[in-house]
Design a protein around this ligand. Structure first.
Ligand code: PBG
Length: 325
């Protein structure tokens, strides 16, 4: 039917009409809040590149987790800034290290929130790469054991889910096997399966103090030019035992989210990464845009593309906004 018989504006005329025919809805249930844990007591160190976010000691991590839970957010994801870095990332899998401590405290004090841990080595190696380095080369197979040990130590501390973000080949299988052998077959793995080598991670690397000290991550993270490769990566991780497939970053990769949603049958998570967050906050500080409106629209578009879950630094603000609506 064509105009004047059909008029698209009829059902846009009132907020009730708009509510009634809205196709995509954001919900608190979709949100995962990333937090950065650091050693010490009562530490709340602002992350300059990410306004509104802090490196938090465990007491403050617990407070944030409580705030997230009260706002209706089901899960947090924890990153750690260790007290020391070395070539073998020993603080990634030491039982008394920062993420393990943060997990134990949150588990004890906010037992009803789901605790996910980011499993990677880049924040814990002195060279800042996500795997072990041999003669200047990132050694895939030598990294697997350390990644599995890291995941296991998080789960032993009480993590409800692990999220490997390193992009080494075979790590999902290795982690799954290790967890199964240690009687953690019930713990799900959210794989950063489709993780691009992206300039949008810039602010995060300041937050997590995890920038590579030489070279870049192009030999393990994906080329932004590739889409079919995303299917290959996701398929491999599914075969190895992944329970949730993540696409990262989100906004410049909505086509990838959409495509994966059509082609795979696992829940899809999207990471609305640090650069996406900081650009919007910066734009607001310049007085040029309204960050809250931008964030709501962005998250809605990520959901519309097909994401079931969204990791976002704006989770608490968004949850409160959703409550008010
Ligand atoms: C660790 C990791 C990174 C992010 C999540 N896990 C950084 C990287 O790969 O350099 C980025 C998250 C963000 O930018 O918000 N490998």
């Amino acid at each position: 039917m064509l105009f004047p018989d059909s008029r698209g504006r009829r059902l846009r005329a009132t907020s009730n009409f708009r509510r009634m025919i809205r196709e995509t809805k954001l919900s608190c249930d979709d949100l995962i809040l990333p937090l950065f844990a650091i050693e010490g007591k009562d530490v709340k160190k602002p992350i300059e590149s990410m306004p509104g976010h802090f490196q938090l000691s465990c007491d403050h991590i617990v407070k944030k987790a409580k705030q997230a839970h009260d706002a209706g957010i089901p899960a947090i994801i924890l990153f750690g800034i260790p007290d020391k870095k070395d070539p073998l990332a020993t603080r990634a899998y030491a039982p008394d290290s920062i993420v393990q401590k943060a997990v134990r405290e949150v588990k004890q004090k906010v037992p009803d929130i789901c605790i996910i841990t980011d499993v990677c080595l880049c924040g814990y190696t002195d060279h800042g790469h996500c795997g072990v380095v041999e003669n200047g080369i990132i050694d895939n197979d030598a990294s697997l054991d350390l990644l599995a040990k890291t995941a296991l130590s998080h789960v032993r501390a009480g993590a409800d889910m692990v999220a490997p973000s390193d992009m080494m080949d075979g790590r999902i299988g290795e982690i799954r096997q290790t967890l199964d052998e240690e009687n953690f077959s019930h713990i799900p793995i959210m794989s950063y399966a489709v993780k691009y080598s992206s300039a949008f991670y810039g602010p995060f690397r300041q937050a997590a103090e995890s920038a590579p000290q030489f070279g870049d991550r192009k030999t393990y993270q994906m080329d932004p030019a590739n889409s079919t490769e995303a299917i290959r990566e996701a398929t491999m991780d599914i075969e190895e035992g992944a329970d949730i497939i993540m696409v990262k970053p989100a906004l410049a990769y909505l086509d990838i989210i959409y495509r994966l949603k059509q082609e795979i049958d696992l829940p899809i998570a999207a990471y609305n990464v640090s650069g996406e967050y900081s650009i919007m906050k910066a734009g607001e500080m310049m007085g040029w845009v309204n960050a809250k409106d931008l964030i709501m629209e962005t998250l809605l578009s990520i959901k519309r593309a097909g994401a079931d879950l969204i990791l976002t630094y704006s989770a608490i603000e968004v949850a409160m906004e959703l409550k008010n609506q």
